[in-house]
Design a protein around this ligand. Structure first.
Ligand SMILES: Nc1ncnc2c1ncn2[C@@H]1O[C@H](COP(=O)(O)OP(=O)(O)OP(=O)(O)O)[C@@H](O)[C@H]1O
Length: 357
């Protein structure tokens, strides 16, 4: 049996690295060649220090590839750029007219599942849920991507603690950034801080298409897409052009938020995107001083709505100061321990058990 490049990358994506990700998702594999039963490849670290840290994983990489049927010999070379060989600044410009697409919604290469996280109303915690869910899934061993598609108000760079511009040395492919074990990309990383995006629909569609197809996502079990609030061009483009596993709708229990959540649900149904379930965020507040539990935005409204619409209710997430503080500090609360991290772990487990992530 002849081994293929994809077989090799699949094996190498099983070699997990400290700090999250694996040899493939962190984009460290270069120059894969196959000659008969002999496989050669290069592990290319960014710096000599990184190469030293990766040295113990070279043998694991070799063993993983050797385990493939048809492979008789494996030669791995570890290289490192000198400190001066930093990735070139991105020459790829985000924002262009979309290229025509034949046929119906398409898959994103290497990505097994795509979950869109939406809300009708802004500020209900959709970005918070997206980042925390991504981190919780990664902690349970899934290969997770996070795409911040909130073109008008990208908040994932702040929430995931990333402010480095992704490199695009060839001007065609963008190398995503790995943070908290999640491969992430946001349009916010490609814009200057304080730069406003003033685009019409076609430009937005083109930018989304670039973020999906020109980012080297690697092999992912699931890509979480953090949508902007509402029911606009991004939602329409994503649902019509990309094969989605489904959508999750986040709402607070407040009536006014639920009203908008219904619109988002209606949109996903019209676009024939399966709704995987609803999440109630800011469900209850436990006073850190006296332990009293209050329901600032009401309670149970989202579960009730899910029941009425015969949709799965995926869970409640509390309103907690630590959630906001962790988000602002760039380390999602799900990366730590405690009741909120546990709530996210349960949510992640439920999605994995259901084959959704
Ligand atoms: N459960 C929570 N407990 C405390 N603060 C929260 C919680 N969920 C979200 N927040 C905070 O509320 C604010 C809005 O959250 P977030 O940005 O996630 O909402 P959004 O729905 O994505 O908003 P937008 O519509 O602006 O994209 C953030 O400051 C966030 O830290």
């Amino acid at each position: 049996m002849t081994v293929t490049r994809d077989d090799i990358l699949r094996q190498l994506s099983g070699v997990a690295l400290p700090g999250g990700g694996d040899l493939v998702s962190r984009d460290l594999i270069r120059a894969v060649t196959i000659e008969g039963g002999t496989v050669r490849f290069v592990i290319e670290a960014a710096t000599p220090d990184e190469a030293r840290a990766l040295a113990p994983y070279q043998a694991a990489a070799e063993a993983a590839v050797k385990a493939l049927a048809g492979v008789t010999a494996v030669q791995v070379v570890m290289t490192a750029h000198g400190p001066s060989a930093k990735p070139a600044p991105p020459s790829l410009k985000i924002g262009q007219h979309p290229t025509p697409q034949q046929g119906g919604p398409q898959k994103v290469s290497g990505v097994d599942r795509i979950i869109a996280v939406g809300s009708g109303k802004g500020g209900v915690g959709k970005s918070t849920v997206s980042s925390n869910l991504a981190v919780a899934l990664a902690r349970q061993g899934r290969r997770v991507g996070l795409l911040d598609a909130d073109i008008y108000g990208p908040s994932q760079p702040r929430m995931m603690g990333v402010n480095r511009r992704p490199a695009s040395p060839d001007g065609k492919i963008i190398e995503p950034i790995v943070a908290h074990g999640v491969t992430m990309m946001s349009i916010g990383l490609m814009l200057k801080e304080d730069e406003a995006v003033i685009w019409r629909g076609p430009m937005i569609m083109g930018a989304l298409q670039q973020l999906l197809t020109q980012v080297a996502w690697g092999h992912l079990d699931v890509l979480i897409v953090d949508l902007p609030p509402g029911t606009g061009d991004i939602q329409l483009t994503l649902c019509q052009r990309t094969q989605l596993t489904g959508a999750i709708v986040v709402s607070t229990p407040q009536d006014v938020a639920l009203l908008d959540a219904r619109k988002a649900l209606d949109m996903f149904q019209k676009l024939k995107t399966p709704v995987l379930g609803l999440i109630e965020n800011m469900s209850s507040y436990v006073c850190p001083n006296c332990g009293h539990e209050a329901h600032i935005f009401g309670h149970g409204g989202v579960a009730e709505e899910a029941r009425k619409l015969d949709l799965p209710f995926l869970g409640e997430l509390p309103l907690a100061l630590e959630v906001r503080v962790a988000g602002d500090a760039g380390t999602p609360v799900a990366a730590g321990d405690g009741p909120v991290a546990e709530a996210y772990a349960r949510l992640a487990h439920r999605l994995i058990a259901g084959g959704m992530a």
